[in-house]
Design a protein around this ligand. Structure first.
Ligand code: PNS
Length: 166
């Protein structure tokens, strides 16, 4: 037995963080000592929120939890995970439709570094239909997204989309 901290990376775009992501982070904390929420720098993908905004919203949502760290990364996920001494990459699964692309990504990551395990966590049933994209779409047209995102995100979404109903 070793008392080494078991670190997991939870990578993604988080544009923005949703309650579905929070559900996955909480489940991951049941297994790992520390979860690093790692936001990909992806110049090819147009994001609604800047990197700083995304980092700040996640930090605010987990400000009382020292087991959750927020960071950004570029390049290969497995290289970042190794640099952070992580043993696993966490991904959330909502429906079977997530499976194919996640399976492909996990096998590619294993090919690139066989020491990093991919761990899939099933989201709570409540969040099975949520995604950052669908929440942004609803918010853009004034839909009420209050119980789908944490408070810090809701505030920022209202700044971006003043039509949102409270
Ligand atoms: O939230 P997303 O957009 O589904 O997250 C995708 C992410 C960031 C996990 C994935 O694109 C990624 O890991 N990119 C880093 C580049 C990489 O390592 N690619 C090779 C494995 S597919």
């Amino acid at each position: 037995m070793t008392d080494k901290k078991r670190i997991a990376i939870y990578p993604g775009s988080f544009d923005p963080l949703t309650n579905g992501h929070i559900d996955i982070i909480e489940r991951a904390l049941d297994i790992f000592d520390q979860v690093i929420v790692a936001i990909l720098h992806n110049p090819a993908k147009k994001a609604l929120f800047t990197m700083k905004e995304r980092v700040d919203m996640i930090n605010q949502s987990f400000k009382n939890n020292k087991c959750v760290q927020v960071d950004s990364f570029g390049g290969l996920l497995v290289d970042y995970a190794k640099m952070k001494n992580a043993v696993a990459v966490i991904r959330g699964m909502r429906a079977i439709s997530d499976f194919e692309s996640e399976f492909q990504m996990a096998l590619m990551n294993r090919k690139l570094n066989k020491e990093i395990q991919s761990v899939f966590l099933m989201t709570g049933l409540r969040w099975i239909f949520t995604s950052s994209s669908i929440i942004k779409e609803a918010a853009q047209f004034g839909g009420d997204i209050t119980d789908m995102v944490p408070e810090a995100v809701h505030q920022k979404m209202m700044e971006k989309f003043p039509k949102i109903k409270e």
